[in-house]
Design a protein around this ligand. Structure first.
Ligand code: 3PG
Length: 216
């Protein structure tokens, strides 16, 4: 591992030190961005993945970074090198991709953007490893084998750790978080669409608080 790769790996891994769950956020209304981020931070959840799935995503991240300094803001659903460059220029502290390409891996390393790349097969783990990535998102976790797949990956990929995401809930998170090769898990259950729609920030703070007891 080069110094740059090791440094980026350490910075990506540090995201897992703030709590057991990274919320995967889909924002339709820009006006929800700051109150939502404040609600999550109030519940002790500081690492926020804002997905590039809606037209307001970039403005939402800009607003959160400006007004909620405690938040550690990253961009999710980064699918291209253009996305990676844009979110790095915006000031995002990390990027998450649903899958892996060497091109994205190389560009993120070149621009110094910590990347949590998505994988769902052993071959993809090997491709990401070959480019220096050893903290990976398993996506879509529940659909590709869930905790059983992570258990099967533990021996051949003994030096790889994961953030499973996709289909995980408050109820199923403990089965992932109890595995030695799982550092943190991701999910959208902290930010239910109906709570956002209703502006029910207290409920979101409570959902965020509950995550802290998930790791036994
Ligand atoms: C993701 O992008 O990581 C997933 O869509 C989040 O999955 P979930 O909505 O099933 O938690």
């Amino acid at each position: 591992m080069t110094d740059t790769t090791a440094d980026l790996h350490a910075r990506t891994l540090a995201l897992a030190s703030h709590g057991p769950v990274i919320p995967v956020i889909v924002l339709d209304r820009l006006s929800d961005a700051v109150p939502l981020a404040r609600a999550l931070v109030a519940g002790g959840v500081r690492v926020l993945e804002v997905t590039l799935r809606t037209p307001v995503a970039m403005d939402a991240m800009r607003a959160i970074m400006a007004e909620v300094p405690e938040a550690i803001v990253g961009a999710g659903t980064v699918r291209s090198v253009e996305d990676a460059r844009a979110v790095q220029a915006l000031g995002c502290q990390f990027a998450v991709s649903p899958g892996y390409t060497s091109e994205i891996g190389r560009v993120c390393r070149d621009i110094g953007l910590p990347l949590l790349p998505g994988v769902s097969t052993a071959s993809e783990v090997m491709m990401a490893n070959a480019d220096g990535y050893r903290f990976l998102k398993l996506f879509p976790a529940s659909a590709v084998g869930g905790a059983n797949l992570l258990k099967a990956f533990a021996s051949p990929f003994h030096d790889v750790v994961f953030c499973p995401t996709g289909g995980i809930s408050y109820e199923t998170a403990p089965q992932y978080l109890s595995l030695p090769n799982v550092k943190v898990c991701g999910g959208s259950w902290l930010t239910p669409a109906d709570a956002l729609e209703a502006g029910d920030w207290a409920r979101i703070t409570e959902l965020a608080r509950q995550t802290h007891s998930l790791r036994g």
